[in-house]
Design a protein around this ligand. Sequence first.
Ligand code: AMP
Ligand code: ZN
Length: 465
Amino acid sequence: MALRFKNSYSRQVEEFKPIDEGKVRMYTCGPTVYLFAHIGNFRTFIFEDLLRRYLKYKGYQVTQVMNITDIDDKIIRDSQKESKALKEFTEPYTKAFFEDINVLGIERVEHYPHATAYIKQMVEIVKKLVDNGLAYEVDGNYYFKISAFKDYGKLAHLDMEGLKPGARVASDEYDKESVSDFALWKAWDEKDGNIFWETDIGKGRPGWHLECSAMSMEILGEHFDIHTGGVDNMFPHHENEIAQSEGATGQKFVNYWLHSEYLIVEGKKMSKSLGNYYTLRDVLDKGYSGKAVRYALMATHYRQQLNFTFQGLDAAGNALERYNDFIANLKDFAGGESDGNASEIIEKAKSEFENALDDDLNISAALAAVFDLIRDINRLKAEDKLSAEERDSALETIARFDTVLNFRTESGGSLDEQVEALIEERNQARASKDFATSDKIRDQLLEMGIILEDTPQGVRWKKKV
Ligand code: AMP
Ligand code: ZN
């Protein structure tokens, strides 16, 4: 069966067909770096990791962008409160985010653009929208005129007839009841202190929604395959991204929209504003491993709400142990006399695993196939009916599954992987001309005893002796 996704835009399950054969261009809304990300955020980032890894498993070449929102209303508010410069305030949270995704075994994506490095592109979009009659200026602020964009509300399935749009809204976040012309660009105001950019459209700073339109189109092109985020991003953020991007380019922005449901605590969305959240660090401090958190956050279908409990984390830890013990014990098994059943068991597991994930990433069915394989191979092993060749084939199969699941506990977190990840991050920073970050990473590596060398073939590293 072909790979299918439930597209939030059409609300239909659709077969996935990439724009360019064999390639996927995908954008995922990244963290707002004004606090440590909480495990609700990581539920969404882990769903996106599962999606990315399964696309790669299917043989697609994936180019994924995850932005770092390093300028928005909340960042300005909190950096002012702490009397810190923007960068000084956001940098520790950005660094913590990359540390956390390492602990969770989330694979690095190809691009991590910082919003503050794309102001020029944002201004260009505003200018185009004004030219196209879709944006207007009031006292140095630029607003998107939603009544002039006929498709407004299609992603969130708003009944625009029934709604009475408000005049204008300046804040980045608002609910469906207050649907209004939204701010693309906010003129400098005293409370912004020294946070502003001098641009062709005046002194000010971008609205949050504009940031993602600019970064996605600059890196992935004006029309790309997949856009993801948590359900709370659907309105107004993604609705506004579509309006800005399509309004500026006149062409379709994204083919497939995928949204993951909330991680909830006692019936409520885990959120920074409600204060009912755990950071990854909180959970690790209680003795849970990153991989147990990964398992717990991944094992429920992304479109179902997931209730966070510590019992759930314990259960995830037990399942992980079973998975890893299976691999370790099987490696030690010398091999017996085949009874001819193993290949069928393995083939069945493979096809069930793939059929499940093809079906809009049905992870619980995929995990059932994995644990059936573990049970059945363990049985053959206990009865000495598994040959050495069949053992290797079972190990290869689980290793292939693990390229998607990444539940192996001995992999990940090694020095080499950490160093490679940091080098990649530094390359990204250099590509977006963020030399301060790139220098910082070089220093961080030096502290770890790693020296970087720029060679014609790229960056090499060696240990300080
Ligand atoms: P933020 O840093 O607030 O912009 O959020 C980063 C990502 O986490 C976005 O894709 C949000 O939709 C997602 N998110 C926020 N809260 C939750 C939650 N409780 N459960 C799942 N995803 C969430
Ligand atoms: Zn976004």
